[in-house]
Design a protein around this ligand. Structure first.
Ligand code: 5GP
Ligand code: ZN
Length: 114
């Protein structure tokens, strides 16, 4: 499968990895839109939130729970923004589900700008 994020999760394409476990892989966005801009992805290839099934509940929950620790460990302890773009309407560019984790330390711009 020709998926860039699958290749990143397998280490076949280099990335600035910050966290990895059995289910999740986290790395810096190549084109950061904020002082902290991480991408949190499931290792399993899921195209987008529009393809989620009940068996993905646990991994999606783990993504959300990880955010606070990632933000705190990477210079944004007082809050952060999470964004998941889905499909054409959501202007998703990479069709491997990913959660953007954006942070400061200073307050981000208006949410409509991302
Ligand atoms: P989307 O628009 O699909 O929500 O976001 C895709 C994100 O992936 C963009 O913010 C883009 O900068 C990032 N991205 C695309 N290709 C690469 C890559 O090869 N490496 C990394 N680290 N990020 C990428
Ligand atoms: Zn993939």
């Amino acid at each position: 499968m020709n998926c860039i994020f699958c290749k990143i999760a397998k280490g076949e394409i280099p990335s600035k990895k910050v966290y990895e476990d059995e289910d999740l892989f986290v790395f810096h966005d190549i084109s950061p839109k904020a002082p902290l801009h991480l991408l949190v992805i499931p290792k399993e290839h899921i195209e987008s939130m529009a393809q989620l099934e009940p068996q993905h509940q646990a991994v999606m929950g783990r993504m959300m729970l990880l955010a606070r620790q990632l933000a705190a460990d990477h210079g944004s302890p007082e809050g952060f923004r999470t964004v998941v773009n889905t499909g054409k309407v959501g202007r998703q560019e990479v069709y491997h589900l990913h959660m953007h984790l954006l942070g400061g330390p200073a307050p981000l711009g208006a949410s409509a700008s991302f």
